[in-house]
Design a binder for this molecule. Structure first.
Ligand code: DMJ
Length: 685
C-alpha cells in the first residue's frame, strides 16, 4: 500500500502528532505502513500527481461527467440566463418564498389545528412530509440565526457553545445530508461554505472517538455519497466534476479519519474512548477503569470501511476489523456482550448486559456490516444470528397485563435477574430485526425466497411486537412523547420468550396464530384504564425526552419492509406531538403592543425535562441528532419506499446513509473465529 499519491491542499498534520514516527504498531500491524508524517512527506517529496490518489481507485468514479463541447454563443447565452434564474430562485431562503412565507408562522398556525385533524382515508403523505421539512427549516433557521458554527445550541435562550475552538461542525456536518435529502439547496450551500472555510481538526482537544466517527466522519461520507449519487438533490455547482471543491467532503473525511486512527493504537486494538485530534492520540476513559463502551468501540466499522473503499486505503479497514476480532476472541456468551471493554487488555469489564446505552449499536453494526459489504462477510451474519438467539433466550419477556414484549437488561450477568427496563435507545431494535430478516427487501418478496424460514418469520413477529411496545411508551405519557427510560411490570418470575417458546426452529416454536400477535391492542383513548397502561411505569428521573430518533427510525424500517401503513400513522402521531410540545414559540401575549394581533411563530424545537405533564417542562437544548436523525427518519417514513432505498444503503447509527458495495483486494474480513478452549479440547478428543 502506498501513500505517496495522497494530496492535501495544505498538510493536515501538525508536527506534534505523536503517531508520526510510530507507525501502526498498536494495531498489531507490524508490517504495516510507515507513520503518517512519512506518508505526507512522501507525497510532498514525490509530488508528480495532480489528483488525489483516490481518484484512481475503482470505486471513486465521478458520476456526473458532462461531455465537453464547443458551445455556440447563443446557446451559451441561453444557459447563462437560465443559470442566473436558477441561482436566483435557489438562493432565496426556503422559508421565504415569493409570497414571503414565514415557515415559523405557518407551522405555528398549523399546530393550532392539530387536534382537529379528522381521520381520512386519502392521506397525502407528500403534504405530511412537507410539514417535516418545515420543522427542519425552522430548526436550521434558528440555529443559523443564533448559533451559526457552534457545536451546541440552546434554542430557547439562543445561547450556544463550542466543543473545541472554532467548532467541530457538530450540528452543521451532522445535518448536512438531511438537507440534501430534503433538497434544501440554499442551506446546503451555506453549510458547505462553512465546511470549506472554517472546519479545521487541528485542535488540541479530546473528543469522543465514537461520536466524532458516527456524526462527523459519517456525515461527511454520506454527504459525499449523496452529492455524487443523487446530483439532482440540492444541486450546487461547487462540487461538480472539475470544480475546485469537488472533493471537499472526502478530503475532510480523510483528514478526520487519519486523526481518529490514533484512538486505535492501544495494546489490544480496541479504540480508546477519546482522541486528541491534533496529536492523533487516543486517551482512555476517565471512569470505568479506563474501559471503553463496547457499543462505542464496535460502531465505527461502517464509516471506516466505506472510507477505505473510497480511498483504497486498507489501513482504515484493518484498524476497525481488528476490533471485531478482539471482541470475538472474548467468546461472548450466547452472543451477548458486557457493555465495557478494556483497551489495554481487550477483555470485557464487568457483566452488565443490555441493548440500551453502551450496548446498543454493537448489535446494530453486526448485521449492518454484513449488509454493507453485500453479504460477502458471513461472519457478521453468524454473529448477528447468535446475538438474536441470546436476546431471545435471556432478554425478551412478556408484560403482566397486556403481554407486551419487553426487552430487559441483565445488569449482573446472565445468571442473575432480569431488570424490566427499556431505554429509548433500545427502540432501534425492532427495525433492525426486520432489516436483518429481509435484508431490507419488502417482506412479501423476502417470504418467497428459498432461504425464508420459521425462524425469519419469528424475527418479523418479534420486530412487530417490540415496535408496538416502543409505540406504547409514547402513548403512555401526557404529551405522547416517550420518556428516556420506561419500566415494565412483569410476572414474578417473569414469563420469558425463551421459556415459553424454546426453539424457533421446531414445533416448540410459535403457532401461525401466535405469530400474528399475542399482545393486547393498544387503545388510543387516554382514560387510563386499559390493561397495557398498568404495565408501564415512568420514574421521575427518567421522564425527559431528548427528541431521540430510535422509535421513528424503527417505524421507517417497519413501514418500508412490511408496507403496513399503521407504522406511518404512528409516526404521524409522534411527529404531531413533537410539533405540539417541543416547539419553541416566540411572540407571547405579554410581548405584544396594544392592538397588535396575536401572531406567533415557532422559532425552534427543544428537548424536554418532563414529557409527562402538560404543558411539558422544556430543557433548552437541541441535540444534533434532532436534525441529523429524528427529522430525517420522519421525512423518509413519509417518502416513497424507493427513495434512498434500503436495498442499496446502510444507515449508520447516526442515520447517515452509506452505499452497499462489494469489497475486493485488501478490503476483507481477514480473520477467522477461534473456537473456545473447551470446544477445541472436545473437538481434539
Ligand atoms: C445517536 O447519536 C446515535 O443513534 C447513537 O447510536 C445513540 N443514540 C443517539 C441518539 O439517540
Amino acid at each position: 500500500m502506498s501513500y505517496q499519491g495522497r494530496s492535501f491542499a495544505t498538510s493536515p498534520f501538525q508536527d506534534n502528532r505523536s503517531r508520526s514516527n510510530q507507525g501502526l504498531a498498536g494495531l498489531g500491524l507490524s508490517t504495516g505502513p510507515a507513520g503518517l508524517s512519512n506518508k505526507v512527506g512522501g507525497y510532498f517529496e514525490n509530488n508528480d500527481r495532480t489528483l488525489p490518489m483516490y481518484k484512481d481507485k475503482p470505486y471513486f468514479t465521478p458520476k456526473r461527467t458532462a461531455p465537453r463541447r464547443r458551445w455556440r454563443p447563443l446557446f451559451v447565452l441561453g444557459v447563462c440566463v437560465l443559470t442566473f434564474l436558477w441561482y436566483y430562485k435557489s438562493s432565496m431562503p426556503v422559508w421565504q418564498d415569493s409570497n414571503s412565507r414565514d415557515v415559523g408562522v405557518d407551522l405555528w398556525k398549523w399546530a393550532q389545528t392539530i387536534d382537529d385533524e379528522s381521520p381520512s382515508k386519502n392521506v397525502d403523505w407528500n403534504e405530511r412530509r412537507e410539514k417535516v421539512r418545515d420543522a427542519f427549516v425552522i430548526s436550521w433557521q434558528g440555529y443559523e440565526k443564533d448559533a451559526w458554527g457552534s457545536d451546541e445550541y440552546n434554542p430557547v435562550s439562543g445561547r450556544s457553545r463550542n466543543m473545541i475552538e472554532g467548532g467541530m461542525g457538530w450540528i452543521i456536518v451532522d445535518a448536512l445530508d438531511t438537507m440534501m435529502i430534503m433538497n434544501l439547496t440554499t442551506e446546503v450551500r451555506h453549510a458547505r461554505e462553512w465546511i470549506s472555510t472554517s472546519l479545521k481538526y487541528n485542535q488540541d482537544h479530546d473528543v469522543s472517538t465514537f461520536e466524532t466517527t458516527i456524526r462527523m466522519l459519517g456525515g461527511l461520507l454520506s454527504a459525499h455519497h449523496l452529492s455524487t449519487k443523487y446530483p439532482d438533490l440540492a444541486p450546487i455547482a461547487d462540487d461538480d466534476v472539475g470544480a475546485a471543491g469537488e472533493d471537499l467532503y472526502i478530503e475532510k473525511a480523510t483528514d478526520l479519519g487519519d486523526r481518529l486512527l490514533g484512538a486505535f493504537e492501544s495494546p489490544s486494538g480496541i479504540p480508546y474512548a477519546s482522541v486528541n485530534l491534533n496529536k492523533s492520540e487516543g486517551l482512555p476513559s476517565h471512569g470505568d477503569g479506563g474501559a471503553s463502551s463496547t457499543a462505542e468501540a464496535t460502531s465505527v466499522q461502517l464509516e471506516f470501511k466505506y472510507l477505505a473503499k473510497l480511498t483504497g486505503e486498507a489501513e482504515y479497514w484493518r484498524a476497525v476489523e481488528k476490533v471485531m476480532e478482539v471482541i470475538d476472541e472474548q467468546h461472548p456468551q450466547d452472543g451477548l456482550v458486557p457493555i465495557f471493554i478494556n483497551p489495554k487488555t481487550g477483555h470485557f469489564h464487568g457483566e452488565n448486559i443490555r441493548l440500551g446505552s453502551r450496548g446498543d449499536s454493537y448489535y446494530e453494526y453486526l448485521i449492518k456490516q454484513y449488509l454493507q459489504t453485500s453479504e460477502q462477510e458471513p461472519v457478521y451474519k453468524e454473529l448477528w444470528d447468535e446475538s438474536l438467539a441470546g436476546i431471545r433466550k435471556h432478554l425478551l419477556a412478556f408484560s403482566q397485563n397486556a403481554q407486551l414484549m419487553v426487552l430487559g437488561e441483565r445488569p449482573n450477568g446472565l445468571k442473575e435477574n432480569l431488570t424490566p427496563k427499556m431505554d429509548h435507545l433500545v427502540c432501534f431494535l425492532p427495525g433492525t430485526y426486520a432489516l436483518g430478516a429481509t435484508g431490507g427487501r419488502p417482506l412479501a418478496e423476502a417470504r418467497k425466497s428459498a432461504d425464508w424460514s420459521q425462524q425469519r418469520e419469528e424475527e418479523i413477529f418479534i420486530s412487530k411486537e417490540l415496535m408496538k411496545t416502543c409505540w406504547a411508551t409514547y402513548l403512555a405519557t401526557a404529551t405522547g412523547l416517550a420518556p428516556e427510560i420506561s419500566h415494565f411490570i412483569l410476572d414474578s418470575p417473569p414469563v420469558m420468550m425463551g421459556d415459553k417458546y424454546p426453539d424457533p426452529k421446531s414445533a416448540s416454536g410459535m403457532s401461525p396464530q401466535e405469530l400474528r400477535s399475542i399482545s393486547q391492542p393498544l387503545s388510543p383513548q387516554f382514560d387510563g384504564s386499559e390493561p397495557w397502561r398498568k404495565d408501564i411505569e415512568i420514574h421521575n428521573m427518567d421522564r425527559h425526552n431528548l427528541q431521540r430518533p430510535e422509535t421513528v427510525e424503527s417505524l421507517f424500517y417497519m413501514y418500508r419492509i412490511t408496507g403496513d401503513e399503521i407504522y406511518r400513522e404512528w409516526g404521524w402521531e409522534m411527529f404531531k406531538a413533537f410539533v405540539k410540545y417541543t416547539a419553541v414559540v416566540e411572540g407571547e401575549d405579554s410581548e405584544l403592543a396594544e392592538g397588535e394581533a396575536t401572531i406567533r411563530r415557532i422559532k425552534g424545537f427543544t428537548s424536554l425535562s418532563n414529557a409527562n405533564t402538560i404543558p411539558p417542562t422544556t430543557r433548552d437544548n437541541m441535540e444534533s441528532f434532532w436534525m441529523a436523525e429524528t427529522l430525517k427518519y420522519f421525512y423518509l417514513l413519509f417518502s416513497d419506499r424507493d427513495f434512498i432505498s434500503l436495498e442499496d444503503h446502510v444507515f449508520n447509527t447516526e442515520a447517515h446513509p452509506l452505499p452497499r458495495f462489494k469489497p475486493t483486494g485488501d478490503l476483507k474480513t481477514g480473520w477467522q473465529r477461534k473456537p473456545k478452549v473447551a470446544d477445541a479440547v472436545e473437538a481434539a478428543e
